[in-house]
Design a protein around this ligand. Structure first.
Ligand code: NAD
Ligand code: GLY
Length: 376
């Protein structure tokens, strides 16, 4: 079992519905101190998938045994394609079979898919039980495990069925990132990059300097990236927990990204890859509208490109793009609202004439290679 190697970094999240901490460090899954002080529970249920459980499940289960008199685990099939009702129901089947009551607590060990589904299950089971996030992808550590958005997909739209349910705690064990495939690490970097153009200009310079270290899995660089991302997300979510306004800026690149994911079929492009490409399009649209200098959009594109993420979208056809983007949760009365950059380090939500968006999309689209849908 890994021993904790240093005092974890702590980021506090303070929302109207819950106050909790994000702990960031090495060895946290096996560090008893990181698990202390959670609400008392009768049954601790670990939710994971076979990939993650084989790598990190035992350490988490060992710690869980100190948290509750009874423990069990349930494994969901791995992948975005399984983020649906049918899979969610297997969690409820498990909880009911195990006789879990309202003092049960769920623990999500995995990436954003496991985290979003476990959180939603926790929001629904017996009208709400507590849960803890144990994120094991970079994307989940810097974004999805924080802020309480939980959901499953609907065939007609991404994350369309869900609830706000804040976790009791988030344990970002940096050791788990060592087993992450490089493609998943790059996808996570998309969500780190996202915070810079919308909220933190110095972060963009830091990322430009440290991208090599991040791609190489340097733990210090990753710790810094996770902490800075979580600090920005905590500040935004603390001011607008249920996305009545400013929180929408965290969806920079997501309107285009979600359309790519749904248009190709969930799982073809990773969420982070679609977001990376979506940010390039959104930055370019911002420049096209004169909101930011073209050089700023180009800087965002260069960083996304250097991170090994796609900067050109698949050709979904214009009508299909707009059909898919209209299902976005930010749409109001049928109008698509885009998160755009209105200054370096600042973002805003706007409607844009369809012709303008279509022209930018044409510039950022490539026809897929024959037989290939994954990013080149
Ligand atoms: P994911 O959960 O599918 O994980 C990616 C892959 O990595 C999976 O195959 C998983 O089994 C594997 N994996 C996870 N941890 C691993 C590890 N340590 N070592 C080896 N393999 C590991 O994908 P993701 O990118 O983590 O999350 C994407 C999801 O997050 C999407 O569904 C997206 O909608 C959601 N999301 C939610 C929010 C939110 O605020 N709730 C924010 C951003 C994204
Ligand atoms: N990932 C966007 C949000 O949490 O609001």
């Amino acid at each position: 079992m890994n021993q904790p190697r240093s005092t974890p970094r702590v980021v506090a999240v303070r929302t109207p519905s819950k106050h909790y901490d994000i702990l960031i460090g090495q060895g946290l899954l096996g560090d008893p101190a990181a698990w202390q002080g959670l609400p008392r529970c009768t049954h601790a249920v670990l939710v994971s998938n076979p990939t993650v459980f084989a790598l990190h499940g035992e350490r988490a289960l060992h710690s869980l045994r100190a948290v509750a008199p009874r423990t069990s685990h349930v494994l969901l099939p791995d992948g975005e394609a399984f983020k649906d009702w049918q899979t969610l129901n297997t969690v409820f089947d498990h909880l009911l079979r195990e006789g879990c009551d309202r003092k049960a607590m769920l623990f999500a060990l995995g990436g954003g898919v496991v985290g979003d589904m476990t959180g939603f299950a926790a929001a629904c089971y017996m009208r709400g039980v507590p849960f803890v996030q144990l994120p094991t992808t970079l994307l989940a550590q810097v974004d999805s495990s924080v802020g309480g958005k939980t959901a499953i997909n609907h065939p007609m739209g991404k994350n369309m069925i869900g609830a706000f349910q804040q976790p009791e705690r988030v344990l970002c064990d940096l050791d788990t990132l060592a087993t992450l495939p490089p493609r998943e690490l790059r996808a996570g970097l998309a969500e780190v990059i996202k915070y810079a153009p919308i909220a933190d200009v110095p972060l963009l310079g830091w990322l430009e300097q440290h991208l090599g270290a991040l791609l190489a899995g340097d733990v210090e660089a990753l710790a810094e990236a996770v902490q800075r991302s979580c600090e920005i997300k905590a500040a935004v979510v603390g001011g607008d927990e249920r996305e009545s306004g400013r929180r929408a800026i965290l969806n920079f690149g997501h309107t285009f990204g979600h359309a790519i994911e749904a248009g190709l079929g969930y799982g073809e492009w990773l969420h982070g890859e679609a977001v990376g490409c979506g940010m390039v399009i959104a930055a370019s649209l911002s420049a096209e509208l004169g909101l930011v200098p073209a050089a700023w959009a180009e800087r965002v594109e260069r960083l996304v490109d250097r991170a090994g993420l796609p900067v050109r979208a698949p050709d979904l056809c214009e009508d299909r793009w707009f059909e898919l983007m209209a299902v976005d949760k930010k749409a109001e009365a049928g109008d698509i609202r885009y998160v755009l950059l209105d200054a370096p380090g600042s973002a805003t939500l706007r409607t844009v004439p369809r012709a303008t968006v279509a022209a930018v999309l044409r510039r950022h689209t490539v026809a897929p290679r024959a037989g290939a849908t994954q990013p080149a």
